[in-house]
Design a protein around this ligand. Structure first.
Ligand code: FAD
Length: 300
């Protein structure tokens, strides 16, 4: 039986008295008016589920700096839900990154998802820090803690970050991020729960006690998600590809298979005692609303 760090373990008490699961939702800052309409439609449908927080990503190289701040501030002010701003340190000096952190602080944002980010050429290319910049996510976390009292989340990788040569390096890096002041990790998307449980085991053995929240990616489009996975180093198991094989022109069956796949993944995690989930929404609410319902999370 896989050992689950105590922070990640549920009471295993099922039935009506089971405590509600905690959820958080990730959005990206919309680029156009039409996308912004979908963003708000989804935010307004998901906010009543009372998530722990809603987070908004930070475009590659800080390209969405203003939009991320605007969306995070507006989510918080219009829905009352706590909002987290993502932040990366790629391609920027410490002073520039610190200015963004101060901007978050002035706007009343108290949660940051702190990431290194990737070079403009993609995750496959070596990361070269800005000459006056933060060198890694752990370094960035330490910088943020010097500016204010933020709740900081960091990234973890059930399939190992592509630039880590081995698991010891990977877990040592995760531990550095916690030691620098992170309060939780959120995982990259994964489709084999065994990989996530092995990550929890390795983290526990390294003395990590903070929660490592599974990042759940509903498969709105298998083609799109496979391409994201290829870019971020997540594995797409062959059995998953086979389930979607031949469904490109059959959206209805594709959606039904996607719901079944996500439900199976989430409910298996629940059976293993996981109580907290982070959903990558891609600014859509339908799959996430259904999955939250399976977790017993309903509008207030
Ligand atoms: P780090 O933790 O710094 O690690 C990156 C690599 O460097 C690892 O392989 C690590 O082992 C290695 N490393 C770090 N320090 C050292 C060291 N001292 N010595 C040797 N090796 C070292 N990207 C965006 O651009 N915007 C977003 O909004 C965004 N949101 C994300 C949200 C989540 C939940 C996740 C999982 C990822 C997100 N990303 C985002 C992607 C992220 O920027 C990339 O995965 C990036 O490649 C690594 O970021 P990190 O914070 O994990 O980096």
């Amino acid at each position: 039986m896989t050992a689950i760090p105590s922070e990640n373990r549920a009471s295993r008490q099922f039935g009506d008295s089971r405590p509600p699961h905690q959820v958080s939702f990730e959005f990206f800052p919309p680029k156009t008016d039409a996308m912004e309409e979908r963003f708000w439609d989804s935010v307004h449908k998901l906010a009543p589920l009372n998530p722990r927080f809603v987070s908004v990503t930070y475009g590659a190289g800080g390209s969405t700096r203003e939009r991320t701040l605007r969306m995070v501030s507006q989510v918080k002010s219009t829905t009352g839900v706590d909002a987290a701003a993502h932040l990366t340190c790629v391609g920027a000096s410490r002073d520039e990154v610190d200015a963004v952190v101060r901007g978050y602080k002035e706007a009343g944002i108290t949660r940051i998802v702190a990431l290194r980010g990737d070079p403009a050429e993609g995750i496959g290319q070596p990361f070269v820090p800005h000459p006056e910049g933060y060198t890694s996510a752990a370094d960035l976390v330490a910088g943020i803690t010097r500016i204010g009292d933020f709740d900081i989340s960091v990234a973890a990788y059930p399939d190992k970050h592509p630039q880590s040569p081995d698991w010891d390096t990977e877990i040592a890096n995760l531990k550095r991020k916690f030691d620098a002041g992170a309060t939780r990790a959120i995982t990259q998307m994964f489709f084999d729960n065994g990989d996530y449980f092995r990550l929890l085991d390795r983290a526990q053995k390294a003395g990590i006690t903070q929660p490592i929240v599974p990042g759940i990616q509903p498969i709105h489009s298998f083609k799109q998600i496979s391409s994201f996975a290829a870019k971020n180093g997540a594995k797409v198991p062959r059995w998953l590809a086979e389930r979607f094989d031949g469904l490109d022109e059959d959206p209805e069956t594709h959606a039904l298979v996607a719901s079944a796949v996500a439900a199976e993944q989430v409910l298996e995690l629940v059976d293993e005692g996981i109580t907290e989930f982070h959903f990558f929404t891609l600014n859509r609410s339908n799959f996430v609303l259904a999955l939250a319902r399976l977790l017993g999370v309903r509008p207030d």
